[in-house]
Design a protein around this ligand. Structure first.
Ligand SMILES: C[S@@+](CC[C@H](N)C(=O)[O-])C[C@H]1O[C@@H](n2cnc3c(N)ncnc32)[C@H](O)[C@@H]1O
Length: 262
């Protein structure tokens, strides 16, 4: 058997997203994962930078267009958000749907079961992830990300479950215990590395370049490293950048413990 060593580069800059994106070449990345501020959902200063929703959406229009400029044709753009307020819906309708080569593909629900919850109505325990492709066609390697079936036996006559498991639906369940020591307790909205690995494995090849211009606790960077992809990203809080590098040291390989939080 022959092994080919994949060389990857990991770049995380302390920078504003627009400054960072404007310096990147056209069509130079293979996947964009964006997890922007939500706009006045959480208390952190980074979520409260805009005077109005209109100003926030104008800013979103600027960075989203830059992301599509640097994305290669027929590759994927993922964006995380929440429908706790309607801002994310307006972002979809007014920004994403008006980018001519952006094709809507998936609305994924990430459901979790941690954190405080109201007793006055059904508690909201999910976030939303939209996927658009640049052009109609895009790579999808469902076989790489199969998971066990919930129903062990297929109830349809003459049908059998695939022994390798099923391709995940658009409802993803993964807990992310922010207080657990494996997680970055210093960042309020970090996303599960296992789900980012799923996105990366499904749409890219080893050595490809993943971009995240709102790196936060460095979750996409770590997922890229663990899957042998190169990473380009930025984050404008210098403290988060420094701590992300430390987090990468601890979680850089699949053999590292942590992230098993279902
Ligand atoms: C929702 S969090 C991202 C969390 C990240 N996905 C993770 O898993 O850790 C959004 C991040 O965007 C950063 N941010 C806000 N405005 C920015 C800007 N103009 N340029 C770059 N980063 C920015 C915030 O500091 C925050 O860490």
């Amino acid at each position: 058997m022959r092994w080919k060593k994949i060389s990857v580069t990991i770049e995380l800059k302390h920078s504003d997203c627009l400054e960072y994106l404007r310096a990147l070449d056209d069509e130079s990345v293979d996947l964009v994962i964006a997890d922007p501020p939500y706009f006045e959902i959480i208390k952190d200063a980074w979520d409260n930078q805009w005077k109005s929703e209109a100003e926030y959406l104008k800013w979103c229009d600027d960075w989203t267009k830059e992301c599509f400029r640097v994305l290669k044709p027929n590759k994927c753009f993922y964006v995380w958000g929440t429908t706790k307020q309607d801002t994310f819906l307006r972002y979809k309708l007014d920004v994403l749907n008006n980018i001519s080569d952006a094709h809507y593909q998936n609305w994924i629900i990430w459901a979790y079961d941690w954190g405080g919850r109201t007793k006055k109505k059904f508690p909201r325990k999910h976030e939303d992830i939209l996927m658009y492709s640049k052009g109609k066609e895009f790579p999808f390697h469902g076989d790489r990300v199969r998971i066990p079936y919930k129903m062990k036996k297929n109830v349809r006559v003459d049908a059998v479950n695939n022994p390798l498991g099923k391709i995940p639906t658009d409802v993803w369940t993964k807990n992310n215990h922010t207080t657990s020591k494996e997680y970055a307790g210093w960042h309020s909205t970090q996303k599960p590395i296992a789900l980012l690995e799923r996105i990366i494995l499904a749409h890219t090849e080893p050595g490809d370049v993943v971009l995240d211009c709102f790196s936060g606790a460095g979750s996409s960077m770590i997922a890229s490293h663990r899957t042998d992809r190169s990473f380009k990203g930025c984050e404008f809080e210098s403290e988060y950048v420094e701590k992300s590098w430390e987090r990468l040291e601890k979680l850089s390989h699949k053999s590292n413990k942590g992230e098993k939080n279902d």
